[in-house]
Design a protein around this ligand. Structure first.
Ligand code: NAP
Length: 285
């Protein structure tokens, strides 16, 4: 079997186009365009690339966007005071603090300081709590983007066995909540999980968010399964690879996401979708 490719780049382009059209309509009706402010602390090279991507995407869909570059020795108090200022600015619908932050700044304190209705990353405990209680508001971008991709497959998720490898707050946990809400039976694996391979072998849907190149082997994949690779790993030769051994997994899966060009573009497109959602909420408030 040779898997069908879930083309994240193409689905993200469709999503961006739909956001762009909604922004045009919003503005034509006399409203201001949605506004996103991205805060980057320090000079982490990967973060610089991510932030540039987000800025470019904002421009493409007609958002107002601002990048706040702060030096690596910015204090936590200074960062919190900037967030307070942005929380109070009417034209700012979304505030995104690019992670990771330098070690002297507590990420949880910073995340909690963002107004939940401006938390377009969906990481605030309020938004995570709402997802847990099946009352989602702003949902974490990567898992929400994965759900958009799964919808495109047309695979009926109800009753399916889903295995999520990784239990991080930003990917694994919210991914599990999304799939549970879609009525899958979920298994969350992590570094202490026993018989992980066996669990993957029984899964109809596998989501890998491990951060280990080619961690999931092709022979673990159940014939006909859907394989979602969230991992982004840079190899020594400079190329990117996912957490799934793509070539061998594609021989077993029905659907598979490539890296690059799979989940990554969906995360950015979903951030735009969330910012538009926040702007609509603020408009109607
Ligand atoms: P993370 O916080 O480091 O979490 C990794 C998870 O994998 C942890 O739960 C860890 O278990 C588990 N794990 C590590 N080694 C394992 C092993 N040998 N066996 C089983 N489980 C193992 O990472 P993350 O932030 O969730 O990101 C995961 C990957 O996705 C990374 O490659 C990251 O770059 C990528 N990512 C991609 C996007 C995107 O837009 N495509 C977005 C975010 C992240 P423990 O909890 O027990 O330590």
């Amino acid at each position: 079997m040779s898997a069908r490719i879930l083309d994240g780049k193409a689905i993200a382009a469709e999503l961006k186009d739909s956001v762009k059209q909604k922004v045009e309509k919003m503005v034509a009706e006399g409203n201001r365009a949605p506004g996103l402010v991205v805060i980057l602390v320090g000079e982490n090279p990967a973060s610089q690339v991510y932030v540039r991507n987000k800025q470019n995407s904002c421009e493409q869909v007609g958002f107002y966007s601002e990048l706040k570059r702060l030096s690596v020795d910015t204090t936590q108090a200074e960062l919190l005071s900037l967030i307070d200022e942005l929380n109070g600015r009417e034209e700012v619908d979304g505030i995104l603090v690019q992670l990771p932050l330098p070690g002297h700044i507590d990420e949880e304190t910073v995340t909690e300081r963002i107004l939940p209705t401006k938390d377009v990353d969906g990481f605030h405990p309020y938004n995570m709590g709402r997802l847990t209680l099946r009352m989602p508001l702003l949902r974490p971008c990567t898992p929400k983007g994965v759900m958009t991709m799964l919808e495109k497959t047309g695979v009926d998720l109800v009753g399916k066995d889903a295995v999520i490898i990784g239990q991080s707050n930003i990917v694994g946990r919210p991914m599990a909540l999304e799939l549970l809400a879609a009525r899958c039976t979920i298994t969350i694996c992590h570094s202490k999980t026993r018989d992980l391979e066996e669990k993957v072998r029984n899964a109809d849907i596998v989501v890998a968010a491990v951060g280990v190149p080619k961690f999931v082997k092709g022979e673990w994949v159940k014939p006909g399964a859907t394989v979602i690779d969230v991992g982004i790993n840079r190899l020594d030769d400079g190329t990117l690879c996912g957490d799934v051994d793509y070539d061998s997994a594609a021989e077993h899966a029905e659907w598979i996401t490539p890296v690059p060009g799979g989940v990554g573009p969906m995360t950015v497109a979903t951030l735009l979708e969330n910012t538009l959602q926040a702007a609509e909420m603020h408009k109607d408030a």
